[in-house]
Write a protein that binds this ligand. Sequence first.
Ligand code: TMP
Ligand code: ASP
Length: 238
Amino acid sequence: MVQKTTELYRGKAKTVYNTSDENLLVLHFRNDTSAFDGERIEQLDRKGMINNKFNFFIMQKLEQAGIPTQVEALLADDEVLVKKLAMIPVECVVRNYAAGSLVRRLGVTEGIALSPATFELFLKNDALHDPMVNESLAESFGWATAEQLAEMKRLTFKANDVLQALFDDAGMLLVDFKLEFGLFNGQVVLGDEFSPDGCRLWDKATRKKLDKDRFRQGLGGVVEAYEEVANRLGVKLD
Ligand code: TMP
Ligand code: ASP
């Protein structure tokens, strides 16, 4: 049995622990919920547990669809065992509908359909507010090679196909989402998490927001919305 040992890294919503196996880590999903690159942080009861179980469910679906993920095993309500990846500091964002920073940057109307879906890269750097970058910058600064970037893009669009269908069947629109990848023995592998903290989900009929925009925009009912998303997908929470 792999044992959790020392703390390796404390992120905004998760803490990463080393384990007795040098190739494995434990991710602990905390209740902390942050917005605006960590400027606002609150504890939301049950959020860590919901995101951990939700993430495990989604990662299993992606793995079944042929996307390599870091997830190994669910350890506890708020903990998952994962492969230790060398993380690539570039976030991949796909958008099916306009929202968030795209609306602010381009002045387009929230909710317009984007066809084909867009693909953007952002540098993971809170101090710089995760600036938008591109493949040329990523290569020149050595964040990722051209081959790795192409694989990240391919896997992100594949995840979009799988997840759009999954959420559609559960009466939701997958508006946009962010993925982070890392390397394991040279292979590009999906890491970090997929949860309502890092995507936008709207009810298909009413377009009610069911994701972290409820927190960012002070709409209330944040955990209730996350729980509703999990329940609609059939994720077992208790
Ligand atoms: P954006 O509209 O703020 O650019 O975000 C697009 C999507 O990616 C949205 O679902 C939130 C997610 N995202 C994160 O979770 N963390 C990040 O650091 C960034 C840039 C985006
Ligand atoms: N994930 C980032 C943060 O926690 C951006 C956001 O979600 O608004 O600050």
